[in-house]
Design a protein. Structure first.
Length: 140
């Protein structure tokens, strides 16, 4: 694992699950890894505000900030920038939890969305943060 110094990439990410517990993942255009939706905060933006904004931009989903639950701050390797560390504030939100695999339309830089069954082996294209959280049970 890469050392997590001052040059770490800082992001907010959101775990969205459906009624069966599947996790919504996204793949950004020009990349190969699937990950939680989210992204980098704008200057002065809180981690929670960033999470809400990024999900709206990437997926067109309007999350109620009051329902955003902090899961953890994770340190891992960045998925799309080899050799860089990632510091990710991970939130959970119940927005899609009453639906079974709802269709979610990618927007902005998102090329593809995919539902992941966390009870099955992770695909090879799972990003390090997704792998850490799902395999470690950190986002249940």
């Amino acid at each position: 694992m890469v050392e997590h110094g001052d040059d770490a990439i800082v992001v907010s990410a959101v775990e969205l699950r459906d009624a069966e517990g599947s996790v919504l993942t996204v793949r950004k255009r020009g990349t190969t890894s699937f990950m939680h939706p989210g992204g980098k905060p704008e200057p002065g933006e809180s981690a929670a505000a960033c999470a809400v904004r990024e999900v709206a931009e990437e997926l067109g989903l309007e999350l109620d900030p009051v329902s955003l639950e902090l899961v953890a701050v994770h340190h891992t390797d960045a998925a799309n920038e080899p050799g860089r560390a990632l510091v990710a504030t991970l939130f959970r939100h119940p927005h899609l939890s009453s639906l079974r695999r709802p269709q979610v339309v990618p927007a902005a830089e998102i090329e593809e969305v995919r539902w992941l069954d966390p009870t099955r082996p992770l695909p090879d294209d799972a990003a390090p943060l997704l792998r850490l959280v799902v395999a470690g049970g950190g986002a249940r």
